[in-house]
Design a binder for this molecule. Sequence first.
Ligand code: MN
Length: 289
Amino acid sequence: MSIKKIEAVLAPAPAHMVGDGFRVHNFFPGGRIMDKKRMSPFFLLDYGSKIEFSPSAVQRGVDVHPHAGFETVTIAYHGRIAHHDSAGNSGVIGEGDVQWMTAGSGLLHKEYHEKEFSEKGGAFQMVQLWVNLPAKYKKTPPKYQPITNDMMGRYAMADGSFIEVIAGEYKGVKGPATTFTPIETYNARLKKAGMAEFHFPSSYNTAFLVISGEVIVNDQPVSADHFVLFSNEGEDIQLKATEEAIVLILSGEPINEPIAAYGPFLMNTWEEVDQAIRDASQGKYGVLE
Ligand code: MN
């Protein structure tokens, strides 16, 4: 056993709106985690903490915008989110589902509250992760993986707690998402007093986000909506729920390449960013109404 040390426990930053549908706290890059490679291969984490949306005839969200050079991963905890992209993919994810979209060579998409959810209103809670692609896969064709909750790997424990595996593998249970670099993404859904241990290489960048409940990470208490950043020392983490809890677990092998990030584009060089801006504005990412 070599305990992975906690580098910081971060409270959520003040929320900002993405479009009119996503009220998010950014955990990185920014704030206490300014280094754009600190959580590589994860580049960005926006967390929509739980709020109530009032009923709306107009579907709130983010209208058509481009992405290129990375993947957007949306995890729904409450509410329903719809998606359309210029590669011809669309879908709706609800509570417990994940949408894993590879922008790769470039596309346009829009993301918004699903129609019926919008009309009824209700609780909304989600995560959006941006996962970087290494240079050799930057131009991979766009891809869309709708991962419903029942598709996820499930490592069950005697007390009813379980680990939901979205990507990677936990104790022999594999997740359905295909990834371009080694990535572990799970939800730990623990009953009160439920426990789980995790083992990730010290070189992997690793973090937990407490979605709900109170937990103890190693020996440190952590509240809901807080983010635990681990140092790159040690490999083992102990998680214990002091009350019923959900914790998002993220770990991945860093991509050691230059980053040129501008708005919705994530490239290796500024020349590639300029090209992406030109491509998007010249309609090379297709058309989406
Ligand atoms: Mn987007």
